[in-house]
Design a protein around this ligand. Sequence first.
Ligand code: ADP
Length: 311
Amino acid sequence: MTVAIAVSQLEKRYASGTVALKGISLEVGQGDFFALLGPNGAGKSTFIGILSTLVTKTAGEVRVFGRDVDTHIYQTKLDLGVVPQEINFSQFEKVGDVVRTQAGYYGLPRKLAAARSEKYLKQLGLWDKRNERSRSLSGGMKRRMMIARALVHEPRLLILDEPTAGVDIELRRSMWDFLLEINRAGTTIILTTHYLEEAEQLCRNIAIIDEGRIIENTSMKKLLLELDTHAYVLDTDGPLAGDVAHEEAGLSLRKTDAHSIEAVLSGGRDINSAIAVLDGLGIRVASMRNKANRLEQLFLSRLRANGGGEG
Ligand code: ADP
């Protein structure tokens, strides 16, 4: 695997004393679509800021396509396209000019700059707006314009900080399609998000960050496999006399209190098999409820295990 980003022992302490990153190490392969997922304040923007050379790190090393960013800042900037979370363009400039000016910063000749800005504004559905002042764009359009701007020098790596925050669902999907397309064409993409669905739809690999530490770093596929698990709470129609503990492939049962049993099913087993086992033990189920599951649940349980989260 060619490594696009290699980060080791990254630390960031702000002047205020806040330690935003507490020794982060991870790798992102070339061609990957990588999600950095975490709650507010986890350190995502700080991490992105350091990758994109806008925030100075306190300790650690960052390599972009094998180059140390401290000693190869210029080349690193050519390799990177960054879409920050906050609006950071001149609101009075015209849309076309915002994108063309950026091309100028990267030394693209005039003609090429014009061609590229046309290409990306068209792809992002903003070509008709090219002569309008950027402040007149809707929130979603502003974000798309920032994506066009980030791509104008055709970087190998695109970094997006919460790309669809505040973007309505329809636009979000079209933005996802666009990002998937440029990823397929070879651009490595790293994004931060707190929309779990977004990571699930887009990303091949994922890291979960919480309180400045990576608490999970795995493939989306593995994570989803782990999530192919459904948990139910079964309420019994009378108090349970003894203990209930049953384990077999794809089914585990355990007593949680005098009137309820938790059933955990995986590998395509359905709830009827749990009810049949209990029936065999002389236990009748009066009602049941599905415990919320999937990514949200896992995310929360990981955060809890880390001592944070909401529970
Ligand atoms: P996220 O993007 O995951 O919401 P951030 O990287 O923005 O998290 O913030 C991580 C922590 O660092 C937070 O506690 C935040 O308050 C703090 N922080 C972020 N930026 C600054 C800054 N410029 N100065 C001081 N503290 C900061």
